[in-house]
Write a protein that binds this ligand. Sequence first.
Ligand SMILES: Cc1ncc(COP(=O)(O)O)c(C=O)c1O
Length: 397
Amino acid sequence: MDSYTLPYTFSQRAQQLTSSTIREILKVTERPEVISFAGGLPAPGGFPVEEINAAFDRVLQQNGKAALQYGPTEGYTPLRQWVADDFKRRGADVSLDEVLIVSGSQQALDMLGKLFIDEGSKVLVEAPSYLGALQSFSLFGPEYASIPTDGGGLIPEQITDTLAAGARFLYALPNFQNPTGVSLNLARRQALVERCAALHLPIIEDDPYGELRYAGEPLPGLLALGRKVGATVVRLGTFSKVLAPGLRLGYIVAPRPIISKLVQIKQATDLHTATVSQMAVYETIKDGFLDRHLPTVRELYKRQCGYMLDAMEEHFPDTASWTRPEGGMFIWVDLPEHLDGSRLLDRAIERNVAFVPGAPFYAGMPKANTLRLSFVTVSEQRIREGIATLGELIRES
Ligand SMILES: Cc1ncc(COP(=O)(O)O)c(C=O)c1O
């Protein structure tokens, strides 16, 4: 039924919502015969089910009444302290009152939209950027300005005075970006925080994948670099990719005035993040579990990424190029100029292979000859089959 025939009226905001391209594609990929590189789900093989089960048991047995009670909006104090200490370990001096626990970093994006964006406010994003962030921000009606990127991530020199004029924030994904898998190189990280400090432009640093590095050297985060030069950095982290996304647990690290406002916003949104999840996650990780667990996840992702890169090397034509990620879950493909990712998808689905075309990841002018491949949840054999089919389709086109 069209919305105008309904006996009630949705807000303008809701009327403008469209369902995401990815969700539409995922409907097709539910068919078991479809080899799907479209999903963005972490590999369930990496979920530490037993440890999380044991942690929930301990929490409920030893502290059940508190675990099932309402809690403070800021989050469970020992977990917030763990986050602050973890940053200290990595060279960023973060204190407890600069940490807010949220129900996944997706909630953080929604809250930051509420905090910073008025109708028509300018927001700077990478081209391409994380689709889920664009969806969250778009509810508040921003005007996007896109920053060009290349194999070294976003290009700080392109943040001209004109581009940045009046912008409320810059949204950046420095590690193994979703969708491209590209990382921002060190020189550009430094240049970015210096540029944003000079412009008084807050940076939102979204980093769900930083811990999933399986090649190359770790690079300092924008929060640590930014604090040295007086840049305002709001850093988003999540337990979705290092433990499990079903926990719906993430955090925001930001200067106190930003955290105070976000606490008010979160209170209005959901009072606080589930106490029992926070306590169980703290119980799971408090004795260094992640240091023991993450190497196995990294190894798994590295192997999966290798299967896909090898198959692409073998089956894709020279006219296509693609990223070689050092971590994370995604490979980004540049097709020959005349090819359109969406049209290729229609033909791929006829052959039972799926991926996400690149265009929806752009806030501005899309590059239609692009696509995103996720390699983490598909078996080696199906990766080879699916990539061989895609290679054929690209050659035929
Ligand atoms: C870049 C990025 N940010 C945020 C999220 C949301 O993660 P969560 O809400 O599970 O923490 C995702 C999920 O895939 C993501 O890729």
